[in-house]
Design a protein around this ligand. Structure first.
Ligand code: PLP
Length: 457
């Protein structure tokens, strides 16, 4: 029995009425879902009392860890005072106003405006509308194409899925948002040529964007969109040469740079934003998830001065917004969450201590495993590539089998991780210390051993 009084069986029975996200429903109904009922610190617990170290911070979001009473109190206080009021019709409420001001303090210098939504997908819809509207206001409505990347993930609304570079999602769209093209991602492990340096590969991957601009004509291209590190596509970290070259190309052709920091925002890479970690100057930055550490659904699209000035000065009314834009409860929780991140020095710790420590542990303890072709990390965001042959980087077949086996053994050993194709990815709460990283590495090593034994049997 759970605290709510329901057994796993009762919950699984009721769950047959629930269409889960990104799920094969028939398969789920045959096997039933794991029911997570509680979280505390770095751990989650299921109905059967199984304790799992959460290597994914929920879904890349619970950066301050579970069980923070301060966040519950912030929500309760706001709910009692004013559970909801909108920000339409020349109205506003204090929490979003103060949050917007706070965000512009911690964001890169040119980011001085914020548009709120409830999810990363919504924020990217807003971003797409905004960049296209910007060019119309500038008298160039034909400049409306957006260049995105294969393996990019930007959400699941029609605009989000269209911007994403996931072939399976596109196949199901049966009609994507027009004028979005995808180019190769900076994924050296699979796409670098024999003998090509990381530096050269980074330049080549960036120049795929330039090729797409030249193919369409710069007067037709509104923006390039990318995650600083491709997250859901498998924590693919670009070579150091990539982002400066993207920046150069965008400037040369007057193409706006839309950065999607839904995963990397709020400390994950050791700075508030990965724009700061990689030195990227963007025109929009999409954020969500860890803005509230997942305690409430909230997104914030940071809008750079260039777009904002045109919108404000020439735009008139922008016919766009959601009922829950600037929801006071979500914003109150976000303010408290940012306060906790600052007070506990979590971002400095990731940059100076736990991030480098995770990298060392992965290199020293995981990379040498026979099943591992590469480890990579930035801050507390990591991937482990699984191969059948280290030299040739061949994969176990059928595709994804090694990933799902390692993930399942990791869970059985008490570590929640995610499999993306033939890789294992991790993005734990920023509260993890060195001992927790060691524990995760122990559990992951065991999972690799068990999976290897089974794959070789
Ligand atoms: C980079 C990125 N952008 C956008 C999204 C979509 O956010 P949401 O699921 O909140 O709509 C995600 C979700 O994982 C993401 O990783």
């Amino acid at each position: 029995m759970t605290k709510t009084g329901y057994s796993r069986q009762q919950l699984q029975q009721a769950d047959t009425h629930h269409l889960h996200p990104f799920t094969d429903h028939k398969e789920l109904r045959a096997n039933g879902a794991r029911m997570i009922v509680r979280g505390e610190g770095s751990y989650i617990y299921d109905t059967e009392g199984l304790e799992l170290l959460d290597g994914m911070a929920g879904l890349w979001c619970v950066n301050v860890g579970y069980g923070r009473k301060e966040l519950a109190d912030a929500a309760a206080q706001q709910m009692e005072e004013l559970p909801f009021y909108n920000s339409f019709f020349r109205c506003s409420t204090p929490a979003p106003v103060m949050l917007a001001a706070k965000l512009t303090e911690i964001a890169p210098d040119n980011m001085n405006q914020v548009f709120f939504g409830t999810s990363g997908s919504e924020a990217n819809d807003t971003a797409l509308r905004l960049v296209r509207h910007f060019w119309s206001l500038e008298g160039k409505p034909e400049k409306n194409m957006v260049i995105a990347r294969t393996y990019g993930y930007h959400g699941s609304t029609i605009a989000g899925a269209s911007l994403s570079g996931m072939p399976d999602m596109h196949n199901q769209l049966n009609g994507a948002v027009p004028n979005i093209v995808h180019v190769m991602p900076p994924y050296a492990f699979e796409l670098a040529k024999a003998g090509e340096s990381d530096h050269d590969f980074g330049l080549r991957a960036a120049r795929a964007v330039e090729d797409a601009i030249l193919a369409a004509g710069a007067d037709k291209v509104a923006a390039f969109i990318g995650e600083p590190i491709l997250g859901a596509g498998g924590v693919k970290i670009p070579p150091a040469s990539y982002w400066p070259e993207i920046q150069r190309i965008c400037a040369k052709y007057d193409v706006l740079l839309m950065l999607d920091e839904v995963i990397t925002g709020y400390g994950r890479t050791g700075n508030w934003f990965a724009a700061q970690t990689f030195g990227i100057k963007a025109d929009t930055i999409t954020t969500a998830k860890a803005l509230t550490s997942g305690y409430q659904p909230l997104s914030a699209l940071l809008v750079g001065d260039r777009i904002a000035n045109t919108l404000v000065e020439k735009g008139g009314e922008f016919f766009h917004g959601y009922t829950y834009s600037a929801h006071p409860v979500c914003c109150a929780v976000a303010l408290k969450n940012l306060e906790i991140i600052e007070r506990e020095g979590l971002i400095d710790r990731v940059r100076e201590d736990t991030g480098p420590y995770l990298e060392t542990v992965l290199k020293e303890r995981i990379a040498s495993h026979p099943l591992v072709g590469e480890v990579r990390s930035v801050g507390l965001m990591a991937a482990v590539e699984l191969v059948s042959d280290k030299a040739t980087r061949a994969r176990y077949m059928p595709s994804g089998i090694a990933g799902s086996k390692v993930r399942d053994y990791a869970i059985a050993n008490g570590l929640m991780v995610r499999a993306v194709g033939s890789s294992i990815i991790m993005a734990p709460p920023l509260t993890w210390d060195r001992a927790t990283i060691d524990l995760a590495a122990d559990r992951l090593s065991k999972a690799l051993d068990s999976a290897l034994a089974e794959l070789q049997a």
